[in-house]
Design a protein around this ligand. Sequence first.
Ligand code: ZN
Length: 251
Amino acid sequence: MHVLLLSDIHSNLEALEACLAAAPAYDVAVNLGDVVGYGASPNEVIDRSRNLGKFFVRGNHDKAAAGLTELKEFNPIAGLAALWTREHLNPENLEWLRTLPHGPIQIEDLPGIQFVHGSPVDEDEYVVTLRDAIEPLLLSAATITFFGHTHLQGSFSSSQVATDVFRPEYKTVGQSESAQFPLKVGLRYLINPGSVGQPRDGDWRAAFALYDSDSRIVSFHRVPYNLKRAQDRILAANLPQRLATRLAAGR
Ligand code: ZN
């Protein structure tokens, strides 16, 4: 089975469209949360995402925009964007956001695999470093966990005796590229497809991944998108300017 992995779209319609246009054929799409927040196209991104299928976990920005968490845990810019999103969502999409499930979720035909937003232990936890990854790698029931939340594309793995980090290396800064990552038998993995709509690894291109469960290969992808249009929408919506500028820096 070919699984399309999308995470942290953050209301960036241009980035989502570019990923979907570049994605190879897939059987199922899984969304790892933060469909909204930061960007200026929440309704369009929700509509487009819902058309891809039914597999979603909720992210912290989804919860905040839906009014399920208090905004005081957010920094001021993120809090403003969450409020803006809540005000601009149509009633149907707001209700849909409210009912998104808590991770981990599983898919029947994919045994040993789970999908979460933050970590399998805590949906709001950031797994940024190998040190952060060790406990979830050891405690988790699934061999492979796909996660988001950090906006950093790559993988952490562990066996009984060793741990490892993989970050894809790309050759260009502005073209479509992909990197293959074959999974090894006997290792446990935490894998992040990267952020579609607000990458934070210094690479402005939209990120996603595809997992082939037959060959056990993850392909990480980066695709350029219409950055200017996404930025213009943010500015036209009177969202904080920083939310537009950071997209160009990939931070
Ligand atoms: Zn996010």
